[in-house]
Design a binder for this molecule. Structure first.
Ligand code: ZN
Length: 341
């Protein structure tokens, strides 16, 4: 009898150890301690024993039963603790982990350059004007002294949408629009920053999309000397107080006379280096006195009104200022590049 009980306790212990879930545990409990269990039949058999044997055997049965109950209780605690551990693992926020770093963005180098140029002109009393990027042939060319079939249109190979609509090739149509809006012919001082498009093949120095800032002054007294003074101030604000400028005669349909503007090299101070191709000068923009035909087309009598215009490529200014050697870098959105500025 004692051996039977011991082996029963032993096999119960083995089975309980393998149990994983509460349901399995209840099955094992029924098997060993339930009404149809071997245990129960031992209990039933007690009544057939003699009065001397009964208490002894009864004690053995009880001890075995207590052992099995203890195994069951221990397992129950173990299963419940595991369940709580799993829940805790699944639901806990580990506050010891470092937070994810937030990368703060900043302005693109082109936006920065435009703002820098805007600041210089706003400081001189200019107003910033913007206009549409899809423009009519009339505003983009005709009213700027570039009638259809004018050979100079070849200089600005264009993206046409219809015969009369195109992506603007310069921000000059904003000048035209501003002149037309100015019905009272008040003195006008504006700059037009913005994106323009030309059918160029992209390479190190060309991009089919680029940015310009143009400036226009129209009143009754503005002269080439005012233009020169403005250009010198601009060059010095952009490239340093010791800069000099040089004007070379040039041709643009919308200005007459027209000039190309060079700034003395800020890298070698004019001695000659790779940046200035050993000339000591770097070309930065084009300018001139507003062509009489442009004034007339916008309803300004050239006998009374005059003015100057200038225009620069923002990419070129940014590339010179920040030592960027490929215009395409400005449009590739590579953070390794962008975050340098
Ligand atoms: Zn140089």
């Amino acid at each position: 009898m004692e051996k039977k009980l011991q082996s029963l306790v032993h096999s119960a212990k083995n089975e309980i150890e393998k149990v994983m879930t509460m349901n399995q545990l209840l099955d094992v409990k029924a098997k060993y301690l339930g009404k149809k269990s071997e245990f129960n039949s031992f209990m039933q058999g007690l009544k057939d024993l003699s009065s001397e044997e009964r208490p002894l055997v009864g004690k053995l049965i009880n001890e075995a039963k207590q052992q099995i109950s203890q195994f069951l209780d221990d397992k129950k605690v173990e299963i419940e603790r595991k369940k709580i551990d799993q829940l805790l693992k699944a639901q806990t926020i580990d506050i010891s982990l470092p937070g994810r770093a937030f990368n703060l963005g900043h302005k693109h180098v082109l936006a920065k350059t435009v703002e820098e140029i805007e600041d210089i002109f706003v400081g001189l009393g200019y107003v910033v004007k913007e206009g549409p990027e899809v423009e009519s042939d009339k505003y983009n060319f005709e009213m700027l002294n570039l009638p259809k079939d004018h050979p100079a249109r070849e200089m600005q190979d264009s993206f046409y949408i219809t015969e009369e609509l195109l992506l603007r090739t310069h921000t000059s149509p904003v000048q035209v629009r501003s002149l037309l809006e100015n019905v009272d012919k008040e003195p006008l001082k504006i700059i037009c920053p913005g994106v323009v498009y030309r059918k160029d093949d992209d390479d190190q120095t060309h991009s089919h999309q680029f940015m310009q800032v143009e400036a226009l002054v129209v009143d009754k007294t503005t002269t080439l000397a005012d233009l020169k003074g403005t250009l010198l101030l601009l060059a010095r604000k952009l490239f340093g107080e010791n800069r000099q400028i040089r004007l070379r005669p040039s041709y643009f349909p919308f200005t007459e006379p027209s000039v190309e503007v060079d700034v003395s090299c800020f890298k070698c101070n004019g001695d000659g280096c790779s940046m200035c191709k050993n000339t000591g000068w770097i070309e930065i923009l084009g300018a001139g006195m507003v062509n009489n035909n442009v004034l007339s087309a916008a309803g300004f009598d050239p006998e009374i009104y005059q003015g100057f215009a200038l225009g620069m490529g923002v990419e070129r200014i940014a590339m010179l200022k920040y030592g960027i050697d490929d215009i395409r870098l400005l449009y590739q959105n590579d953070l390794r590049f962008n975050s340098q500025f």
